[in-house]
Each structure stands twice: as C-alpha cells, then as structure tokens.
Write a protein that binds this ligand. Structure first.
Ligand SMILES: [Zn+2]
Length: 493
C-alpha cells in the first residue's frame, strides 16, 4: 500500500488587516519532513505511525502551514495548490492520499479552501484513490467537502490534544476502505451558531463530547464530531456544524448529527462568554490570593490570527505594580533586537508592543533590565508533545516585579517550557499572564491555582458582536434573536 501525505493548513481570520502572502507559509516535503514529524503528537505524527503499523509506503508530497492570519492572497493559494498537485501526482500511482487540513481556510475568491483543494485532488487522482483527512474542530465545514473525500476526522478536544489520534484514525481506516469493507457516508449538519472559543475539558462542550462518544459506539457509526467552527471569518460557511459518518447509511449519519446539533443548540446559554476587562481580570487574579494564577489574554491570541503584540493586559499589570508576576509573551522583534544589542545585564529604554494596529493598544514606554536572551526554541511537552516550536530570538526583560518575555515571531503560548527556557518556573510565580484562548490549558491547568480569562479589545475577542458581517449567513446565534436550529431532515439532498 502506498500513501501520499499532503496538505495546506490555514485558519483564516478575515478580520486581519493584511492578507497572507506565499512567503508566510512553511513548506515541508520528502523524507526530511517525515523524520521531523515522526513520533510527535500531531496529525502527521499520527498518520505516519498508522502507516508504519500497516507496513505502508509513505511519501510526504507537500504540506504548507503557517500561523493563523489574514485571507490568503489568490496568487499564494494558486501557487501552493499547483505545487501540491504536481508534487502529489509525481508520487502516483498510489492507493490513498492522507491530507492534513484545517477547515477554516479562506483565500481571495475561495471561501471554502478545503473543498476547492479536495475537488482538485480528486480530479487529479481519479475516483479509485481513497482520500482521508484530518481537520481542526475550528473548521467551518461544508457538505461539499465531505462528499469529495472518503472520510474525514476532526479533533474532538480543545485544547487539541487528540491530533495524533485523529491522524492515526484517518490512516487506520484505509485498509478497510481499500478492500471496500466499509463505505463511509458523511452528513454535515450546520448549526446556526457562532461559538466563542470554549474548552472541551469541562462544561457544556465536554457533555456534547460525551454524547458524541455514545453515538460513535453504535453499530455502523464511524465518527461523530462537533466542529465548533471559526467565528472570526465573514464567510457564508462560518458556523458550528456536526459531522457524522456512518457505514453506508446516510440516514444513520444524519440522525446522529441532528441529535448532537439539537444538544448543542439547547446548551447555547451556557456558551455565552464571561468577558472581563484587563482591570477586572487582574482584580480577580489578586483576589485568589494563592499562586500561580494564570491570566490568559484570549482576545490577542496569535493562534486565532491576532497580532500577539497587544498591550492592554501588560499595561494594566505594570500600572498595578504587581509583584512576582510574569508575562509570557508579547511579540516585538524590534525590542528583542534592541535587547540583543545591549546585552544581558544592560538597562534599556524601549517602546514595547502595540505596533501592529490601534485596536490592540498603544506601545508601552519602559525602562527595563535585560535578564536573559535565548533562541526561543522549545520542544513541546503538553499539546503537540515532541514537536519543536521556534519563536525566533527572545528576551526576558524585568520591570519592577514583572518579568516580561518578548518574542520575535507571534505564536500563542502553548507550554510552560517557554518560561523554563528563560529560567522561570511558573509554579513559583504569583501571576502568570499569557496570550492564548484554550490550548495553553494542556500545559497550565495542572500548575495553575486558578485560570482567569481577560477579554481586552482584540481580534480574537469573545465579543463576537463587535465584528461587522456582510457575508455570514443570518440569522445566527448569538447575534440574532430570531436564530433557530431545526433539523435539516427532509430538506437536504
Ligand atoms: Zn483549533
């Protein structure tokens, strides 16, 4: 059996001011890519492991990936698509294609990147090659995508600690697909909801996952996944959806999807966010009294397309003269370079952060002590364990009782390893501030005495009503009072 791995992975925040150019993408291919991904708790890591267990031959044709950001330039998408298709067809004949995709990709003129790409791949490989995919639960998923491929598997967990399992599951299905022992049919049930970023570790979406697991245990059901959707996109597909796959039985798939959709809809009031300002978040953290309290600035999450250089929460922490507090991290390449030029032990005057736009706050004028400088490279231990993450050169600056990590590249903070790299054991800190919505929980829940979410003005705010919408299908919860879920039964083809 020969399997070709490929993908274009992008979560597109259409509210970002700048479009995403081709140069923003990292491309992996060939044996070097396979070696890098092998053994990591990622989609590709799971796919490679499953292929190894099957004794299959694997070729990594073309996988492009970048941090969530603005709409992909048409020329960039065209170039990547062409490269992917030619790299993939160069590996033919093959029995199957395993794709790692996100689900919320948007390019100029292409609202549903994944469906467009899979249509082109299907046309290139023909009807007999099996196509399976892994997806992120923040995808805005179309029935067209489901109908173009053989089977697709979205992560169930947020933080996405089951990426490896879903990649593994997708490739593990291939022998039965190739032998025609299983004939997956997939129903995509749109739920007219824009769900603010919500963890599945507890609360309403943990209950939904329990129900999905019950349904998956039924005979003939292959997969039932709630896609939370990506609300920071103004496209017709922007919404939650339930994707259910059954063996040869479309009615069964639809029935499962509708039951889960009805449950999610019934829990919607519990999904309304608790939105705290920077001052309220710091008040609440100080009230806890026992550290470390983690404050996550969810609204400036680079993992959802925000710039990561927002100053709202950091400014509040500095003005309140917090003691034994750390902020990790704010993106500002200029300040890192300034710290590098001055060197460890120097005191420098900087204008920190707030350089991308007005929304995320003005730069903070500071005098800071340069405590240490690093290359910003870590191996993740919580989410995506085993994968290498490069933040670019970083600096640890000290201002009074606040230690500030400054990074070159924008990425959400995923792991306490980033603090350890700079000599900080977060278990000894009173307050640990970071920029992430939920992925940080994989590494910080076990050390935090409490987690407080700050929702300052930003591109990934929980306040979905602040975004103008011209193309999102309406009515939709929570924006429109008249939004209503009713099953698609009898209306969908
Ligand atoms: Zn996601």
């Amino acid at each position: 059996v020969k399997i070709v791995l490929a993908g274009i992975v992008h979560e597109t925040n259409t509210y970002c001011a700048e479009p995403t150019p081709l140069e923003a993408f990292r491309v992996e291919r060939g044996d070097a890519a396979a070696r890098r991904e092998a053994g990591t708790q990622t989609y590709a890591g799971g796919m490679l492991a499953a292929a190894g267990e099957l004794g299959a031959q694997v070729a990594v044709a073309f996988v492009a990936d970048t941090e969530p950001s603005g709409i992909i330039r048409a020329s960039a998408y065209d170039a990547m698509k062409e490269d992917l298709l030619s790299s993939l067809t160069a590996e033919l004949p093959a029995d199957a294609v395993a794709l790692t995709l996100h689900g919320a990709g948007v390019a100029e003129g292409v609202d549903d990147l994944e469906a467009d790409l899979c249509r082109a791949i299907r046309a290139a490989v023909g009807p007999d090659v099996r196509i399976v995919l892994s997806l992120d639960l923040h995808g805005n998923i179309s029935q067209e995508l489901a109908d173009t491929v053989d089977a697709m598997f979205g992560v169930h967990l947020y933080p996405h600690t089951d990426m490896y399992e879903r990649g593994h599951e997708a490739v593990s299905l291939l022998p039965r697909l190739l032998e025609a022992e299983v004939r997956p049919v997939t129903h995509v049930e749109r739920v007219p909801m824009l769900i603010p970023t919500t963890t599945t570790l507890r609360g309403p979406l943990a209950r939904v996952n329990d129900f999905c697991a019950e349904l998956e245990a039924r005979p003939g059901v292959i997969d039932v996944t709630l896609f939370h959707g990506f609300p920071y996109a103004d496209v017709p597909l922007a919404a939650a959806s339930v994707v259910a796959t059954a063996d040869g039985d479309r009615d069964l798939a639809r029935d499962c999807a509708e039951q889960v959709a009805a449950l999610v809809w019934s829990l919607r009031d519990e999904l309304l966010p608790d939105s705290l300002s920077a001052a309220e978040a710091v008040d609440r953290a100080l009230h806890v009294g026992r550290g470390p309290v983690v404050i996550n600035e969810t609204s400036d999450n680079p993992g959802g397309g925000a710039p990561g250089d927002g100053t709202h929460l950091l400014r509040e922490m500095l003005e309140r003269k917090l003691e034994n507090a750390v902020f990790g991290y704010i993106a500002d390449a200029e300040v890192v370079q300034q710290a590098q030029r001055a060197g460890v032990g120097a005191t420098i005057s900087v204008s920190l952060g707030g350089k991308t736009d007005e929304l995320h706050g003005a730069p903070i004028e500071l005098t800071a002590y340069v405590k240490c400088l690093t290359d910003g490279n870590i191996i993740l231990r919580a989410i995506a364990a085993g994968a290498r993450l490069e933040h670019g050169p970083m600096a640890r600056l000290q201002v009074g009782g606040v230690d500030i990590l400054v990074g070159t590249r924008r990425t959400q903070t995923l792991d306490p390893e980033l603090f350890l790299l700079h000599g900080i054991d977060v278990r000894r800190s009173a307050i640990v501030a970071l920029k992430s919505s939920n992925h940080f929980r994989a590494g910080f829940e076990e050390v935090a005495s409490e987690i407080v979410t700050a929702d300052t003005p930003g591109l990934t705010t929980l306040k979905l009503e602040v975004f103008p919408r011209a193309r999102t299908l309406r009515p939709v919860w929570p924006l429109d009072a008249e939004a209503l879920y009713s099953p698609s039964r009898g209306t969908a083809g």
